[in-house]
Design a binder for this molecule. Structure first.
Ligand code: MEV
Length: 433
C-alpha cells in the first residue's frame, strides 16, 4: 500500500471527513466502514467468549506521521485515555524529522515449557532429552504441518535444570517454536502437549505443566529513532535544554524501578492500543514486557535514550528493543470485524512487520511522555483533552464540545457542573463566557 495524502492534522477534521480520507487511503468498502462504527455483532460476541450479555466499545483513533523504514503508516489505536493518540502522532512527527523509525525483528520464535519432576538426576535427564532432540522436534511438528511448510514449526530443544524450587528439583524443557504469522499460543501449547509423553519415556520422570512462556525473549522487535535536537525547542527552552531534560528523565527510569514502572506503562500505552486495534492479546505483551524489563535482576526502563552528534548535527536517539509476540492470522485478528479493518489500514502486514509498527508506536509514546514531563508537565495537554470528555459527559452536542472545553480550560475549572451551566445558558455561543 502506498501512502495517499494522509493529512497530518486529522484532529482538525470532522469525524466524517476523517472517515472519508481513511476509506480512500486504505480502500475501505461499505462493510469495513460499518465494522468501524458497529464492531462485533452480539452473535459474534456470543461465540467469542462465555456468558456474554453485551458488547463493550472503545474509541479507535489513528496515530499519524509514522515513517517506518522509509514507508508511511497510519496506526490504528484503541484506547480509552485522552492524549495518547495526539501525543504519539506528535512524537512520530519529531522522529520523521530525523529520518523516521528504523525497525527490525527476530524470527517469530516462541518458547513452550514442559515441567518434568521426580527425576533422580537432572543432568542425566537433560542429556537424554538433548540426545533425542530430532525425535522430539518431529513429534512436536506432527500436528501443524502447515506452519512447517511456511518455514516455521519446532526448531530446537533446550533444558533448564531447576535444582532448588519449593517443590524440589525439576527439569524444565524448552521447545523453541517458530510461529510465523501466528501469535502461536495454540500451536505451541499443542506441540508441548504432544512431546510430553515422549519426555516422560526418555527420562522416566513425571510431566506436570505444558504451556507456552509469555517471556518471549526469542521473539523481539526493535525500533530506533533520531530526533534533531532543534526540533525539541519550546517557548523559553532551546532544543538542547529539552533534549538534556529528556535524557535526564530517561536516566531516572533507568535507575529507579518506581519510575521505570510508570515509564514502561507509557510505552505500553502505545503498544497495547495497537494490539487491541488489531485483535492481539495485550495481556501477553504486558507480561512479556515487564518480565523483560527485569531480565537482569532489577526492573528498569525498556527504552534507551542518548544524546549523539553526527555530521548532520545533534540528535536525541531512542531505542526500544523488547519481546513482542503478535499474530496476524487466527484469533481475534481475523474474527473481529474491526480488527480486520485495522489490519487493512496497516496494509495487512505480516506478524513481524506488525510487531515493528508496534515497537515504533511504543518508542514514540515514550518520547511524547518524556518530552511533556520534562517540559510543561503532563497535565496541561491532558486537561485540555479531559475537558472535552467533561463537556461530552455534561451533554454537549458534537459541535459544542470544543468551545465548551476551551472555556473550561481558560477558566481553569474543568467540572461537569460548569459545563452543564455553559450548555444551559448557551454561553458557549458567545465570545465572553
Ligand atoms: C500515562 O498514561 C503515562 C505516563 O505516566 C508515562 C510516563 O510517566 O512516562 C505519562
Amino acid at each position: 500500500m502506498t501512502p495517499r495524502n494522509i493529512p497530518t492534522s486529522l484532529y482538525k477534521l470532522s469525524l466524517s471527513e476523517r472517515s472519508q480520507i481513511i476509506s480512500d487511503y486504505a480502500n475501505l468498502d461499505q462493510s469495513d466502514i460499518k465494522a468501524l462504527s458497529c464492531g462485533l455483532t452480539i452473535e459474534q460476541a456470543d461465540s467469542m467468549i462465555e456468558n456474554v450479555i453485551g458488547r463493550y466499545t472503545l474509541p479507535l483513533g489513528l496515530g499519524t506521521n509514522f515513517l517506518i523504514n522509509g514507508r508511511e503508516f497510519i496506526v490504528p489505536m484503541v484506547v480509552e485515555e485522552p492524549s495518547i493518540v495526539a501525543a504519539v502522532s506528535y512524537a512520530a512527527k519529531l522522529v520523521s524529522a530525523g529520518g523516521g523509525f528504523k525497525t527490525s525483528s527476530s524470527e517469530p520464535v516462541m518458547i513452550g515449557q514442559v515441567q518434568v519432576l521426580d527425576l533422580a538426576d537432572l543432568a542425566d535427564a537433560a542429556a537424554k532429552i538433548n540426545m533425542a532432540e530430532l525425535e522430539l522436534l518431529a513429534a512436536a511438528n506432527r500436528f501443524h504441518p502447515t506452519i512447517q511448510k511456511l518455514g516455521g514449526g519446532a526448531k530446537g530443544i533446550e533444558c533448564r535444570p531447576l535444582p532448588d524450587t519449593p517443590a524440589g528439583p525439576m527439569l524444565i524443557v524448552h521447545l523453541l517454536y517458530d510461529c510465523r504469522d501466528a501469535m502461536g499460543a495454540n500451536a505451541v501449547n499443542t506441540a508441548v502437549e504432544a512431546i510430553a509423553p515422549l519426555i516422560e519415556q526418555l527420562t522416566g520422570g513425571r510431566v506436570n505443566l505444558r504451556i507456552l512462556s509469555n517471556l518471549t525473549d526469542r521473539r523481539t522487535a526493535r525500533a530506533e529513532g533520531l530526533v534533531p535536537v532543534d526540533q525539541l525547542a519550546r517557548p523559553g527552552l532551546n532544543g538542547e535544554q529539552v533534549a538534556q531534560a529528556i535524557f535526564e528523565a530517561w536516566a531516572f527510569a533507568a535507575a529507579d524501578p518506581y519510575r521505570a514502572t510508570t515509564h514502561n506503562k507509557g510505552i505500553m500505552n502505545g503498544i497495547d492500543a495497537v494490539a487491541l486495534a488489531t485483535g492481539n492479546d495485550w495481556r501477553a505483551l504486558e507480561a512479556g514486557a515487564h518480565a523483560y524489563a527485569a531480565r537482569n535482576g532489577r526492573y528498569t526502563s525498556l527504552t534507551d535514550w542518548s544524546l549523539i552528534t553526527l555530521d548532520e548535527g545533534k540528535f536525541l536517539k531512542g531505542v526500544l528493543d523488547m519481546p513482542l509476540s503478535v499474530g496476524t492470522v487466527g484469533g481475534a485478528t481475523k474474527a473481529h470485524p474491526t480488527a480486520r479493518v485495522s489490519m487493512k489500514m496497516l496494509g495487512n502486514p505480516h506478524a513481524r512487520t506488525l510487531a515493528e509498527i508496534m515497537v515504533a508506536a511504543g518508542l514514540a509514546q515514550n518520547l511524547a511522555a518524556l518530552r511533556a514531563l520534562a517540559t510543561e508537565g503532563i497535565q496541561t495537554g491532558h486537561m485540555r483533552l479531559h475537558a472535552r470528555q467533561v463537556a461530552l459527559a455534561a451533554g454537549a452536542a458534537a459541535d459544542q464540545v470544543q468551545r465548551i472545553a476551551d472555556i473550561l480550560v481558560s477558566e481553569n475549572n474543568i467540572r461537569e457542573e460548569r459545563a452543564k451551566a455553559l450548555i444551559e445558558r448557551g454561553l458557549h455561543n458567545t465570545t465572553k463566557p
